[in-house]
Design a protein around this ligand. Sequence first.
Ligand code: NAP
Length: 321
Amino acid sequence: MKHIELDGGVSLCELVFGGTKRFDDSACKLQFEMMDRYIELGGNTFDSARSYNGGKSDSYLGTWLRTSGLGRDQVVLTTKGSCPNKETPYVHRLSPQEIQGDLMQSLDQIGTDYTDVHLLHRDDPSLPVGEIMQALDEMVRAGRARAIGCSNWTAARIASANAYARAHGLTPFAVSQVYFSLAQTTPMQANDLTLVTMNDVEFGWYRETQMPVMAFGAMGRGFFHAYAENRPQRERAFYNLDLLPENLRRAQRAVALCRRLGCSLGALLGAYVRDSGLRAAALCSFTKMNQLEDSAAMADVVLTPGQIRYLESGCTDALER
Ligand SMILES: NC(=O)c1ccc[n+]([C@@H]2O[C@H](COP(=O)([O-])OP(=O)(O)OC[C@H]3O[C@@H](n4cnc5c(N)ncnc54)[C@H](OP(=O)(O)O)[C@@H]3O)[C@@H](O)[C@H]2O)c1
């Protein structure tokens, strides 16, 4: 699998193994088997967060790592902190104590001295960026994080934070985790106004700056596969993706292009994220082994600009190029 090089010397795999609420006691054995298989398939990057399963995602990741036989330097770990509490989604947790306390708790739960990338899970755009970047920089200087990133921050806020960091000799964000897939959505549509989803403005900034992206929801949360297999959507469509007619058209084109290229749907969706003009890795989670294998096949698929255009607009003019 290919890798994306971040500032700070961290190398992210093009397919990142996500940690989710599925990472619970009952599904643990299967998740561990999939993590072993992901390594066999050439992957090495695992995502987690303090807020996943009340911190259990971090401790499961640590348990798996200790039993895997792998050295700490053979895997890349991305941790996330500073997510608001569920009951108070608009009350930020971005004080220096909260930022640093969350990271230290993640390290403790995983059982490691450092994370490869520590990301802020949410933003509060009313806060000045200075104190936040200072707190993160202290963690980098203390050797607790090799690089830092953010999630659900707008492009404008990231630009402002990184300009501040560069002007003050602090560590800038090296990567952004953002909802991005072939499907289109908005925070309103996803019923979560604390999310930042990819749109034309955000996309234009990422393309121009080539700021690395970890695209969460890259498999469309199962929307495309349910469409392809003619399975019911409603109770599964977390982001209401099926309610947007453009997404149904995109799903139809994705199925048609898979047939034409002879590739799996998971491979095509992962390749879309990687080949659409950004420096992006597909951040995915799986409930079945065959899903992991289906998506990992993205390593064997390269989409041309003409094929990307077809998926996005239905234009067939440049399908061969
Ligand atoms: N930063 C943030 O705010 C944020 C938010 C959300 C997630 N994340 C991170 O991103 C990761 C992935 O997010 P996600 O789980 O929302 O997105 P996703 O990978 O698009 O969706 C995962 C779901 O899609 C289905 N699926 C995945 N691959 C498939 C395949 N090859 N074939 C058929 N179905 C497949 C499975 O659902 P079924 O088996 O149920 O059909 C699976 O549970 C998370 O684990 C987490 O680490 C970050």
